[in-house]
Design a protein around this ligand. Structure first.
Ligand code: F6P
Length: 542
């Protein structure tokens, strides 16, 4: 793949790559080559208390890091970062700032501070009322189920956080997330709940998203069909949006509208009223902790020299693999069930932000941008796709995320979990040579030896979190948010728009109309799409 890029450090990195591409991590780690301070000591960085990143099992040397940091400087990472924090229009294709950092700022002079504080206080009053039972449904029963209806950024962030912080959540209320327009998603939830005890939070920045509006309407119909009078709906529906007029038009009481703003991107919005389900689950104080953790990471990113700046290091090492090693994908493996939804959250954050080809100046890139982001919690992944990571010909860089202390009381699990995480990164790094494989195969089975070879030299980063608190989670999320900005700066793209989702939405409306239209009114399509529509028309009629 061509990876031309105009900056001098880019060319220097290409030359450097040629020099070290065959160097082996196991040699760098060999005791005779790893004097104090060891690789682990030199390449482990901490941004905030309780969160450290061990980059030492990456295919990097001091020279690599120097060149990557030089590239970050040449690409203007610092200027892009400062412009974002200052509220400049860093999303020029939509003419907007991207001020998710303002949502967790503590300084009263930070942009939009007053309106953020007002909305947050309204959220807290509401969350407290629901949590305490003071807010009841139309029959006077307390709320026991919260159903968050939203999709993309209006779903993935809150869902990930509510799941991650379950150990801090009130046992009185169960939170459900419905996103898919597939009715099976909503049906699964309404089959488990009682409308008298259910609060629906309709979350949509635009309040026009097909999936969310379809689910919201179906849920409202379900309430009415199950006995809730129209006048009682105000006790069961609240809306979160940057388009409050549409929320009211939908029929949600003006007092039950929580505002977010166009300067908060959907995938960066869990810190706003989009996080109302989080606040109801864990309470306003823990929500504040989440914000505080993110703010700590913001301050680290804003003020720490690039050489020790965690989002910069994470982002630039990602660029090293994507643009110089040609890695197509990168894996996030949280060794934590609580962080089950971190990979799917990061898929949107990384790929919707940086899956672009048009640069800020309108030219098209001739280098790779966002890698395919994927992942599953460990240890489950080990018994599914780790085979390929260890022995396939493709190199997939990995972020392991491990939490040192468990959130549950069960003895005998956590050491096994951590042991597996650390052993995987060790095995991926070390591999097993042909000679070692022959020994393992034994003299009777030499033909087995090739199958026992592990190439090794597979790069991994281990993010270590002391304990999964709201604060450490906030810092972890903000780390990845800023990593995305760092990479976007080097690739010279806008991480805050998402034009790539538009075409499918437009055509989706045409196809939906065709599925229900009279035969003569069906629009022309290519033969494949036409045949698929024809089959579905028959099935839907049947
Ligand atoms: O279609 C993509 C997208 O616009 C995402 O960027 C966004 O998070 C999601 O849809 C939901 O949008 P909304 O919050 O406006 O319903």
């Amino acid at each position: 793949m061509t990876t031309t890029h105009p900056l001098p450090a880019w060319s220097a990195l290409q030359a450097h790559y040629e020099q070290i591409r065959d160097a082996r991590l196991r040699d760098w780690f060999a005791p005779e080559n790893d004097p104090a301070p060891t690789r682990a000591e030199r390449y482990t960085f901490s941004a905030v208390p309780g969160l450290a990143a061990d980059f030492s099992k990456n295919r990097i040397t001091d020279a690599t890091l120097q060149l990557l940091i030089a590239l970050a400087r040449e690409a203007g990472v610092e200027a892009r970062r400062d412009a974002m924090f200052a509220g400049e229009v860093v999303n020029p294709t939509e003419g907007r700032a991207a001020l998710h950092t303002a949502l967790r700022a503590t300084d009263a002079n930070a942009p939009f501070h007053a309106q953020i504080a007002t909305e947050r206080a309204k959220m807290a009053r509401f969350a407290d009322a629901v949590r305490s039972g003071a807010w009841t449904g139309y029959t006077g029963k307390r709320i026991r189920h919260v159903v968050n209806i939203g999709i993309g950024g209006s779903d993935l962030g809150p869902k990930m956080v509510v799941h991650a912080l379950q150990h801090l959540a009130t046992p009185e209320i169960k939170t459900h997330f419905v996103s898919n327009v597939d009715g099976a998603d909503l049906y699964r939830v309404i089959s488990q709940i009682d409308p008298e005890e259910t609060l629906a939070i309709i979350v949509s920045k635009t309040f026009t998203t097909l999936e969310t509006m379809t689910n919201a309407r179906s849920l409202r119909d379900w309430f009415v069909q199950n006995g809730c009078p129209e006048a009682g709906l105000a006790k069961h529906f609240v809306g979160v949006s940057a388009n409050p007029a549409e929320v009211v038009k939908f029929g949600i009481d003006q007092d039950n509208v929580f505002e977010m703003w166009d300067w908060v991107g959907g995938r960066y919005s869990l810190w706003s009223a989009v996080g109302l389900s989080i606040m109801i689950a864990v309470g306003p104080a823990q929500f504040d902790e989440l914000l505080a953790g993110a703010h700590e990471m913001d301050e680290h990113f804003r003020t720490t020299p690039l050489e020790r700046n965690l989002p910069v290091l994470l982002g630039m090492i990602g660029i090293w693999y994507r643009n110089f090693f040609g890695s197509q994908s990168y894996l996030v493996a949280p060794y934590s069930e609580a962080l089950h939804y971190l990979p799917s959250y990061l898929q949107q954050l990384e790929m919707e932000s940086n899956g672009k080809s048009a640069r800020l100046d309108g030219a098209f890139v001739d280098y790779a941008t966002s890698a395919v982001t994927w992942g599953e919690p460990g240890t489950n992944g080990q018994h599914a796709f780790f085979q390929m990571l260890h022995q396939g010909p493709t190199i997939v860089p990995i972020d392991f995320v491990a939490v040192l202390t468990p959130e549950h009381p069960l003895a005998g699990h956590h050491a096994k979990l951590l042991a597996n995480c650390f052993a995987q990164s060790e095995a991926l790094m070390l591999g097993r040579t042909e000679e070692e494989a022959r020994k393992v195969a034994g003299p009777d089975k030499p033909e087995l030896a090739p199958h026992l070879v592990f190439p090794g030299n597979r790069p991994t980063t281990t993010l270590l979190v002391d304990a999964l608190t709201a604060r450490s989670l906030g810092a972890l999320i903000a780390l990845y948010e800023h990593k995305v900005l760092v990479q976007a700066s080097v690739w010279n793209i806008n991480p805050f728009d998402q034009w790539g989702v538009e075409l499918g939405k437009i055509l989706g409306k045409v196809v939906e109309a065709d599925l229900g239209a009279a035969p003569a009114d069906v629009k022309p399509h290519d033969s494949s799409t036409a045949a698929l529509i024809a089959r579905a028309r028959t099935a839907l009629k049947g």
